[in-house]
Write a protein that binds this ligand. Structure first.
Ligand SMILES: [Zn+2]
Length: 434
C-alpha cells in the first residue's frame, strides 16, 4: 500500500492553485483561482513540496530530490489538477429516511403539518437515537464515500440529531471513528441547538439551559477545538437563545458557526460578526448592514443553494450583493435527510453558477480555499501551495470550469488525500466497517 512518505511528481498539469496571501478571498479577489497553464506539482511526505510553472517546480525537485531519486511520475497531459473540494456545511450523522416527506412537500405541506404527520427533524432524532453505533458508522462511511466520489476531501460535519448530552457525544464519537477509518478529513461541529427535542416541547428555555450548562462543557472536554453551531431562525432558536449558546461556547474556547437568516431576518448574521464567528451559513435574508458587519469581522458566508433546491424554493442567497459588501463566500452541500439529501458538491457548484450568479472561478474559490477557511482549515487545506496538505483532484478535463458547466455528470477524477490516491484506502475503510 502507498505510504505518505512517497515522492510524487505530477507534470504537464493545468494547475488551479488558489494560492497566495492569507485569509479567505473576498470582493474582486473571490475569483482568483491562480491558474498555471503549463504547471507541475511535487508531493513529499503527504504535503506539497512545490506547485507552479513546470520549469520552476522541476528545478526545485532536482535540487531537493536529486536527478535520479525514486518517485512516482504522472504525466497529466494538460488535464486539470486542483485542490480537493471542501464542503463547509453538512449534517451527515443520521439514521432513517424522510422519503415520505417529499409528497407532503409537493402537496404544499408546511413544517408543522410535516411534523404532525410524524416527519421533520424529530423523526430523524428518533431514528438516530435508536440506531447502534455500528449502523450509524456504516451509513456515515457510505456518505463520506459518496462525497469523495464528487471530489470532497475535507468535510465540516455536524452532530445535531441526538439532542441529549449522551446522544450528542455519541454522534461526535461516531464522527471521530469515521475520521480514523476514512481518508476524508473531518471537521467536527457540535449542533446541540439544532431543534428542541420532543421531551422539551414547550420548554425551550430549559433545553437551552441543558445545552449551555451540561452539553457544552462535556463537548469542550471531549472534543476540544470542535466548532459550536446553532440554528437561529423562525421555528428554531431565537436570537437571544442563540447568543446564550454561542457566548457559552466561546467562553469554553470553541470556535463558532451559526445557521443565520435562512427564513427570517432575526439579526443573527450581525451576531455572528459581533462574536467573531468563523462563518454565518445560509444568509438568504441578510441585510446590507449585517453584510457590512460580516465583512468587517471577516466572517465567511457559507451559501447552501442545494437546500433551496431541496425545498423546491427559488429564494437564493444574494451572493453578488454579499460580494459587493466584501463578504468572502464559501459553499457547502448542507447534506441532511430533510432539506438536502445530496452529496454532490459539483451539482451545488453548478447551481451557484446559475442561481447565485457567481462565475465559475468565484465558485471554485468558494468550494476550496474559502470553504477551508469557513471550516477552520484555511492554513492547511483548500489550495495547492508549498507546505499545504497534498489533497488534490486530477480531473479528466482540460478546463476547471467543467466542474460548474456540466451537472449530473461530474468529470471523472482521481482523488488524493495526504499524498495518497484514495481509491484503495477507501475500499479498505468500508470493508473494515462491515
Ligand atoms: Zn445546516
Amino acid at each position: 500500500m502507498a505510504t505518505p512518505s512517497r515522492r510524487i511528481l505530477i507534470d504537464h498539469a493545468r494547475l488551479v492553485t488558489v494560492a497566495g496571501g492569507d485569509g479567505p478571498l473576498a470582493g474582486p479577489r473571490q475569483g482568483r483561482v491562480g491558474l498555471v497553464v503549463d504547471g507541475a506539482l511535487a508531493v513529499e511526505a503527504g504535503r506539497i513540496l512545490a506547485a507552479g510553472p513546470r520549469e520552476d517546480v522541476l528545478r526545485q525537485v532536482t535540487s531537493a530530490w536529486g536527478a535520479a531519486a525514486e518517485r512516482e511520475q504522472i504525466d497529466a497531459d494538460g488535464r486539470v489538477v486542483m485542490p480537493g473540494l471542501v464542503d463547509a456545511h453538512s449534517h451527515p450523522v443520521w439514521a432513517g429516511s424522510r422519503v415520505a416527506e417529499l409528497e407532503l412537500r409537493i402537496r404544499g405541506a408546511g413544517y408543522v403539518e410535516i411534523m404532525e404527520a410524524g416527519g421533520g427533524i424529530a423523526s430523524t432524532v428518533r431514528a438516530t437515537r435508536d440506531a447502534t453505533d455500528e449502523a450509524l458508522l456504516a451509513d456515515l462511511l457510505t456518505r463520506l464515500d459518496q462525497l469523495m466520489d464528487h471530489g470532497v476531501t475535507t468535510l465540516e460535519a455536524k452532530s445535531g440529531y441526538g439532542l441529549s448530552t449522551a446522544e450528542e457525544l455519541r454522534h461526535l464519537r461516531v464522527l471521530a471513528q469515521a475520521a480514523a477509518r476514512h481518508p476524508m478529513r473531518i471537521v467536527p461541529t457540535f449542533l446541540g441547538a439544532h431543534a428542541v427535542p420532543d421531551e422539551f416541547r414547550g420548554r425551550d428555555e430549559a433545553y437551552v439551559d441543558l445545552v449551555v450548562e451540561e452539553m457544552l462543557p462535556a463537548v469542550a472536554a471531549a472534543f476540544p477545538g470542535a466548532f459550536c453551531d446553532a440554528f437561529c431562525d423562525l421555528g428554531a432558536f431565537s436570537l437571544a437563545q442563540t447568543e446564550r449558546v454561542l457566548n457559552a461556547a466561546r467562553a469554553l474556547g470553541l470556535p463558532l458557526k451559526v445557521h443565520a437568516d435562512e427564513f427570517g431576518h432575526l439579526g443573527c448574521a450581525e451576531l455572528a460578526a459581533r462574536l467573531g464567528a468563523v462563518s454565518a451559513d445560509h444568509c438568504i435574508v441578510t441585510s446590507p448592514a449585517d453584510m457590512d458587519a460580516m465583512a468587517r469581522s471577516g466572517t465567511v458566508a457559507v451559501l447552501l443553494p442545494g437546500t433551496t433546491l431541496g425545498l423546491g424554493s427559488l429564494h437564493f442567497a444574494p451572493a453578488r450583493e454579499l460580494l459587493l459588501h466584501g463578504v468572502p463566500l464559501a459553499l457547502g452541500t448542507d447534506l441532511n435527510p430533510g432539506t438536502c439529501p445530496c452529496p454532490d458538491l459539483p451539482l451545488i457548484m453548478a447551481m451557484a453558477a446559475r442561481y447565485l450568479k457567481l462565475t465559475p472561478d468565484e465558485v471554485l474559490v468558494a468550494a476550496t480555499r474559502n470553504a477551508a477557511y469557513a471550516s477552520g482549515r484555511g492554513a492547511v487545506a483548500g489550495r495547492l501551495e508549498a507546505g499545504f496538505a497534498a489533497d488534490l483532484l486530477l480531473l479528466e478535463a482540460q478546463d476547471h470550469r467543467e466542474l460548474c458547466y456540466a451537472f449530473g455528470q461530474t468529470p471523472r477524477m482521481q482523488v488524493m488525500v495526504g499524498g495518497i490516491w484514495t481509491r484503495q484506502t477507501r475500499a479498505l475503510a468500508i470493508e473494515g466497517a462491515r
